[in-house]
Write a protein that binds this ligand. Sequence first.
Ligand code: PM9
Length: 479
Amino acid sequence: MGMGGRFVHGDDFAAAVWRELNPEPFKRKAVEPVSPGSRERRLRAIEEAGYNTFLLRSEDVFIDLLTDSGTSAMSDRQWARMMKGDEAYAGSRSFAFLEETVRELFGFRHVIPTHQGRGAENLLSTALIRPGHFIPGNMYFTTTRAHQERNGGTFVDVIIDEAHDPQANHPFKGNVDLDKLRDLIRRVGPANIPYMYLAVTVNMAGGQPVSMANMKAVYELCREHGIPVFVDAARCVENAYFIQQREPGYADRPVREIVREMMSYADGCCMSAKKDALVNIGGFIAVNDDELARRLRELVVLFEGMPTYGGLAGRDLEAVAQGLWEATEDAYIRHRVRQVEQLGEMLRERGVPIVEPVGGHAVYLDARRFLPHLPQDLFPAQSLAAALYIVSGVRSMERGIVSAGRNPQTGDHYRPRLELVRLTVPRRVYSLRHMRVVADAAAQLLSLRDAISGLEMVYEPPTLRFFTARFRPVSPWGI
Ligand code: PM9
């Protein structure tokens, strides 16, 4: 039913529409054509890609939900800022704008740009991790753990148990279990913990948020033991929105203020600006400690570039700073998170098994329940992502055993409990009608699931294998 006719004189119709229908708080100024192509073409494309959606060509994709990283539509204000980029090799005006922005929004003193998030992870891990160190975190992330291991560290998961259960309904499923953290500190000693790394939100758990109370408690516990806390800020604005919606005392606080308070419970952050900062490339590390900042600046010249550009052009720095201001506007973030939630609602209505509650940047299909006949060794999530592409041209990403990789000590697969397919919604790009197509496609596939026999891996690269591994069906699929 439409909303017309339900209102009496004096009601604010526009405000009600805003709340209920979640219309885009922007209009289109540039478009890019897309189409599903033919089934034959999609079959050929997935075979050529070795059943790995990372290896598909984007022109063969209809609705691209591979990632929300670097896929945002920029605003006219960001494009205008890009024209003003100061391309000086050193001391660029654009860097000053980014530095002021991060200081104002996050409150950290030192800001060092990097080409993207993993550039910042590289600097932090190289500066602080030594062989034999342990780095606690609220669930692993692929590139983060790879950098920790590269420097001889061992990642230790201290997230609450609920995060590993796709059906556990917890409002802050990204929270740290303080007992697990305390236990680790007791077991290995604070001297062997260079820092705690806290992701807000937690990507691999389904885009789940961390509460303010938990952030504060983690910070206090770590401070007692002299352990600094660094935040993975890639999706910190989405996290702040969940705090506003779910945590008592925050309903009337603007998201921008909540972000600032979150960062007050940390000593610094790494940010992939390709997510919440609404840009196609960029990142930074921001810290309070002067001595650490000096070491990071020594490293950034080695890996990225001068400390005032860190592998980016002046125009990119402008776009990141402007993007941060826009991302922290309440109207923007409300629409963004609500659109993801709406995709979740449509999937739930169609009986498609998803991770609950729906997170900030993506809806995750639960491949274990979607394809219950497939053991983890036949790569259920990888199979589901490939099958979804074949039926619909929708591209998604495996987040299960393939992404988890192998334990460098034992050589065995890491075997995560979560075997997921991520439907990641790019920011400001797709309409609700596109989301409807995705939900219908998943429902269609559900009715064909018995015909999916699983995959075997035929090429496995040594690190971050999910990007380039290749597979083939163990027997032909009847979908
Ligand atoms: N995340 C994503 O699709 C892009 C690469 S997939 C391995 O989710 C977090 C929480 C991320 C993240 C990237 C990075 C790395 C750090 N932390 O991709 O190097 O989700 O900018 O950031 C991806 P960069």
